[in-house]
Design a protein around this ligand. Structure first.
Ligand code: PGA
Length: 260
């Protein structure tokens, strides 16, 4: 699975060029799911251009409330009207500004799944937490907030993304080995709650994924895909990442190991 997190980027003409090219160049990629998450004003355009295609779309921050006096907010039912299937929840950029906590993330997550949207729930450690050896503790706490709120059944309705804060937007992705160790850890914690979900839940990695490092990441056994920020703003890079997802078969990955 490849998810573009376009953050606060784009314009109507630039989106049009990007989406047109993405549609044309990924038409034959059948081995992965592709999702584009855009700012709210562009959802109408994305729906118009991607409806009926192999590419799904979503937003990056929906309200935890269903409706009412919440100036500036966008509800799950509004996202559904624009054909969204996904919503990003708990991104570290929102957590860092204090707009998002484990509790508000869990409430948002519940609102999303009740509406039938698939949350892409982000967990991740800061550099200080990483240096202090607290990655497991921090990511487990963030994951537990969801499980405590919506149970294992709720967790099963979303996608998990490990995004170390120190790797986001820095050009310094975590090593494939580090990513594998954390995703393997998270999967084992989920498996301890529900073995089937542990095996089936999709866990993505995000943080400076680019066309060069992506295949090695995808070939790690517990990596099910990528959440891509900066590289999703460049259509050639992003299409190359989509291509890697399509080609990261067991045979291709075995060749990669042989190349090493
Ligand atoms: P990046 O962002 O790919 O630019 O590091 C990833 C993200 O924040 O989701």
């Amino acid at each position: 699975m490849v998810v573009a997190n376009r953050k606060m980027h784009g314009s109507i003409p630039a989106n049009q060029l990007f989406l047109r090219e993405l549609l044309a160049q990924t038409r034959d990629f059948k081995n992965a799911d592709y999702v584009v998450c855009v700012p709210h004003p562009y959802l109408y355009q994305v729906q118009a251009m991607l409806s009926g295609s192999h590419i799904a779309w979503g937003d990056q921050h929906m309200s935890r409330f269903t409706l009412g006096a919440h100036t500036g907010s966008v509800s799950a039912s509004m996202l559904l009207e624009f054909g969204c299937q996904y919503t990003i929840i708990g991104h570290s950029e929102r957590r860092a500004w204090g707009y998002e906590t484990d509790i508000t993330s869990a409430q948002r997550y519940e609102t999303a799944i009740r509406a039938g949207l698939k949350p892409i729930y982000c967990v991740g450690d800061t550099r200080d937490e990483y240096m202090a050896g607290e990655t497991h503790k921090v990511t487990y706490k963030q994951l537990s907030a969801i499980v405590e709120h919506v149970g294992v059944e709720g967790l099963a309705k979303g996608v998990l993304a490990y995004e170390p804060v120190w790797a986001i937007g820095t050009g310094q992705a975590a090593t494939p080995e580090h990513v594998q160790s954390i995703l393997g850890y998270l999967r084992s914690q989920i498996a301890a709650l529900d073995a089937k979900l542990g095996a089936e839940i999709r866990i993505l990695y995000g943080g400076s994924v680019n066309a060069k490092n992506v295949l090695q990441l995808f070939c790690m056994p517990d990596v099910d895909g990528a959440l891509v920020g900066a590289a999703s703003l460049n259509k050639e890079q992003f299409i190359a990442i989509c291509k890697a997802a399509n080609e990261a078969t067991d045979d291709r990955c075995a060749l990669l190991v042989a190349d090493d």
